[in-house]
Write a protein that binds this ligand. Structure first.
Ligand SMILES: [Fe+2]
Length: 155
């Protein structure tokens, strides 16, 4: 199983680059499953439904988000779509899902998203404790767990 995770696609230049390069990378490396961080795709902050759909058309399985999840109001039109995850360590009842389970080549893959709390200025739950809880349940259910931990550090 070859899984490709692409870091932040920033702005229309990033989306255009993804369009030109991703198909080549997928075929050259026999990629089976593609994860793209899309939270900066719309003018560097947030994601629109139009760009989300354009990214998915490139054989992307899941789009992850981060601290700019809510930067464009458009997000509320598609945050419950089955191919997008936002940070799992937002407080309870926030729209969307922090992880989703996908099937690929007979395997179940969970893709999770978290944000850090250092220099992020976003109120969030402790990502490590939440990840531990979620993983302890998920590991009985899935074969592979991938985490996009969207964070910064002081160093
Ligand atoms: Fe970010």
């Amino acid at each position: 199983m070859n899984i490709l995770a692409v870091g932040d696609v920033v702005g229309i230049i990033g989306v255009d680059k993804l369009k030109s390069e991703l198909p080549k990378i997928i075929s050259k490396n026999n990629i089976d499953f593609v994860i793209v961080n899309g939270e900066n795709a719309a003018e560097g902050m947030g994601l629109t439904e139009k760009l989300y759909k354009e990214i998915l058309k490139l054989n992307v399985n899941v789009v992850t988000m981060g601290n700019h999840t809510w930067a464009k109001k458009d997000i509320f039109n598609f945050i419950d779509d089955k191919q997008i995850v936002r940070p799992a360590n937002y407080p309870k009842n926030v729209p969307g899902k922090g992880y989703r389970i996908f099937e690929c080549k007979g395997k179940k893959i969970a893709v999770m998203n978290f944000i850090g709390r250092v220099t992020m200025n976003i109120l969030s739950e402790n990502p490590f404790l939440m990840a531990k809880d979620i993983i302890s349940n998920l590991k009985r259910e899935v074969d592979i767990i991938v985490i996009d931990f969207h964070r910064r550090s002081n160093s």
